[in-house]
Ligand binder design. Structure first.
Ligand SMILES: *[C@@H]1O[C@H](CO)[C@@H](O)[C@H](O)[C@H]1NC(C)=O
Ligand SMILES: *[C@@H]1O[C@H](CO)[C@@H](O)[C@H](O)[C@H]1NC(C)=O
Length: 372
């Protein structure tokens, strides 16, 4: 997501010293004017009103919930980390539309009002998702996750809504991982609440897709993701490095970025489609097991609930520190490639039967591809 825009702004910086780049989004200075992420009880009620509903209300008399397992704490940390980003994104988007920032102007007053009404509800709903995760952490004597500073690699409305759809797709895949982890750990009490959020984010995504003239429901079974892929995507694309006060307590991986250009597939998906990729060499150069022709690496695609599939690296070229290559993206309208596909660069021959194994074998990723 960032790669192409990052290179555009690099060019801008080196050639035009007067270029103004948007300052990162920060919660310092109280941009929501409700002390989020630390609202007082009155402010929380206002958030709930704006969200059209409340944080989960526990029964009046109930035994204290059993403490969550460490792996489930990690999941709640990721959920809080992600939801804080989402609040930042929708707050920035609402500001841009409200203030008629170039690229975000809507001439039709009724259309503008309706879009803002949608986004205001979504913003508050995301605030409650973040607060709920952080309250779950505090209830388990774990520190709440504090927000970072963020940049958003878009500068117009349709791209912003498209980006919202893309990161929501990743969330929809990752919450599957969170549910499975909670169930395996024995923290089954969390599974229904996570399910309620999956449906909620799916409703949002139907709106985002329709806004950009796509059918609202992308796939019969949404693409699986993993916590490491989601954490990596957030850090690679949106988080200002070193701006997160307590990111170090989240025990998840941040992979090397895998830049992807799927524009030709998106324009015309076929069984012979190719996708372009690039990644930067690690310190010390290529690993011996990658082999001199890079046949020791392969691309893996995760799409829908199907077994991941692999593709060979083709037309490999090295420019300085960057490795560029192509890989087949064998689109099939019935069986492969619609909706979100997560691409990862893995060691060839590693077990990749499911998304968690793909993440375990990943050298770089995730590359996010969205078709139709
Ligand atoms: C809001 O506008 C600024 C300036 O164009 C841009 O940098 C930022 O990415 C926009 N935010 C969103 C969420 O689109
Ligand atoms: C939004 O920005 C992207 C990237 O710069 C550009 O390709 C696209 O045409 C823009 N869309 C509109 C509607 O301005």
């Amino acid at each position: 997501m960032r790669s192409s825009l990052a290179s555009v702004s690099l060019i801008g910086l080196s050639y035009y010293s007067t270029i103004i780049s948007a300052a990162p989004f920060s919660f310092n200075g109280n941009p929501l004017q409700n002390n989020f992420p630390n609202p007082n009880p009155t402010q929380l009620l206002a958030i709930e009103t704006q969200a059209h509903g409340s944080l989960p209300i526990a029964p009046a008399s109930t035994a204290p919930a059993a403490p969550l397992h460490a792996d489930t704490i990690t999941s709640l940390q990721l959920v809080a980390f992600n939801e804080l980003f989402e609040v930042a994104f929708f707050t920035s988007l609402i500001q841009n539309i409200t203030n008629n920032v170039p690229g975000y102007e809507i001439q039709d007053g009724a259309k503008k009002k309706f879009l803002l009404a949608n986004l205001m509800a979504i913003q508050a709903q995301e605030e409650l998702h973040a607060l709920n995760a952080n309250m779950g952490l505090q209830g388990n004597h774990a520190d709440p996750i504090q927000p970072c500073q963020y940049t958003f690699p878009v500068d117009n409305l349709s791209d912003a809504i498209g980006l919202a759809s893309k990161f929501t797709d990743v969330v929809l895949g990752t919450l599957q991982d969170v549910q499975q982890g909670a169930a395996v750990a024995g923290d089954t009490g969390l599974v229904p609440a996570i399910g309620s959020v999956i449906g909620q984010e799916g409703e949002q995504n139907g709106f985002f897709r329709l806004f950009n003239k796509k059918i609202p429901s992308a796939l019969p079974f949404l693409t699986r993701s993993t916590r490491d892929f989601a954490f990596s995507a957030l850090n690679q694309n949106f988080v200002v490095p070193n701006s997160c006060p307590n990111i170090n307590i989240i025990k998840l991986k941040i992979f090397q970025p895998l830049a992807v250009d799927a524009s030709s597939v998106m324009a015309n998906p076929t069984a012979q489609s190719k996708v372009s990729f690039s990644f930067s060499l690690p310190q010390g150069g290529p690993k011996a097991e990658w082999k001199s022709d890079y046949s020791g690496l392969e691309i893996v695609y995760i799409n829908q609930q199907n077994a991941p599939i692999t593709a060979k690296l083709e037309s490999v070229a090295i420019k300085g520190n960057m490795v560029t290559f192509e890989a087949l993206f064998p689109f099939n309208a019935a069986t492969f490639g619609n909706g979100l596909t997560i691409a990862a660069l893995v060691t060839a021959g590693a077990p990749i039967a499911n998304a968690d194994q793909v993440a375990a074998a990943a050298v770089a990723g995730p590359g996010l591809i969205e078709i139709n």
